[in-house]
Design a protein around this ligand. Structure first.
Ligand code: TA6
Length: 294
């Protein structure tokens, strides 16, 4: 954490056993970001209903990936272009630095940064991606949650960028959930290994792991009652994931019944669709989550 950042009254840095956490307590919203991975783990607009799902069995600390909230997958998605480790890149497993914190009447914006100089030698996957870069993550906690990741190429050669904002949304019951907005969009189904066109609304009857070749706005509903919307920007793919009962039971950091209370809707740059960032240039991708009550 940079010592020079003056925190507004609505932001505090709390040292927890899981690590240093930036806590936002604003009249209109509360939220939390771990410096580890610049990982948003909580967001509750006025009224106090938590909008994000976070595993009660998550691991924390150096090298781990927090389960839930908003993992920042960077500089690659999944296993990258070539079965790379760690899954979803190294950025979510490293500490980021706070570089700005501002509040207004609507909420609080925090900016966190990871630079190539902050990636310790020997970091798993670091050798796969030997580029000079800065990654700047901005999160605005307000009636809506606004996220953006801006990646700047500080090296002298083109830089392939992949990744995702891998957002875990809390839902009443995934088996009553529908997601509209991707009708007729082609998707890669990582469960059956095929490619399909989405027929009607997305519904959930088991493990669901799909990379849609489309982005924009999707609308979530619980048995027809609107839950809210997700708008992805700067990307051409939307990932929708729910592990289902069996996969959740097989993950140590995932409660056996947790699958029913969450869905991931991700702004993604998947393997094979990496964005090439020319030297000196910046690419930004983002997501906005709008609760039905907003
Ligand atoms: O975004 C969907 C996905 O790629 C799934 O295949 C599943 O692996 C999920 O990410 C979670 O990945 P993680 O590495 O966080 O366990």
């Amino acid at each position: 954490m940079s010592e020079t950042v003056q925190l507004p009254d609505t932001v505090s840095l709390v040292d927890r056993t899981e690590g240093p956490v930036l806590r936002v307590d604003h009249d209109r919203v509360v939220g939390e970001v771990h410096l580890h991975g610049a990982h948003v783990t909580s967001w509750a607009p006025a009224g106090g209903v938590e909008q994000l799902w976070l595993s009660s069995q998550s691991g924390y600390g150096v090298g781990s990936a927090i389960r839930g909230g908003v993992p920042i997958c960077f500089p690659w998605f999944a296993k990258g272009p070539g079965d790379w480790e760690p899954q979803h890149g190294f950025a979510r497993r490293l500490p980021w630095r706070l570089h700005h914190a501002v509040e207004d009447d609507h909420g609080v914006t925090l900016g966190l940064r990871l630079a190539s100089a902050d990636v310790p030698a020997g970091t798993e996957g670091g050798e796969r991606w030997p580029y000079g870069f800065t990654a700047e993550f901005s999160v605005t906690f307000a009636a809506t949650l606004t996220l953006s990741l801006a990646v700047t190429n500080c090296s002298d050669r083109p830089m392939p960028v992949g990744g995702a904002l891998h957002t875990y949304l809390a839902v009443p019951d995934v088996e009553r959930l529908t997601i509209r907005g991707l009708e007729d969009v082609r998707y890669v189904d990582k469960v059956d290994g095929g490619e399909h066109d989405q027929q009607g609304a997305i519904t959930f009857t088991g493990e669901t792991d799909r990379v849609y070749a489309g982005s924009g706005i999707v609308v979530l509903a619980d048995d027809g009652v609107p839950l809210g919307a997700v708008r992805n920007t700067g990307v051409h793919h939307t990932v929708v994931w729910n592990p289902g009962r069996d996969k959740a039971a097989a993950m140590a950091d995932f409660p056996d019944d947790g699958w029913r209370a969450m869905v991931c809707v991700e702004a993604a740059i998947p393997y094979g669709s990496e964005v090439t960032v020319p030297p000196g240039e910046t690419r930004t991708f983002g997501q906005q989550v709008v609760p039905a009550s907003a």
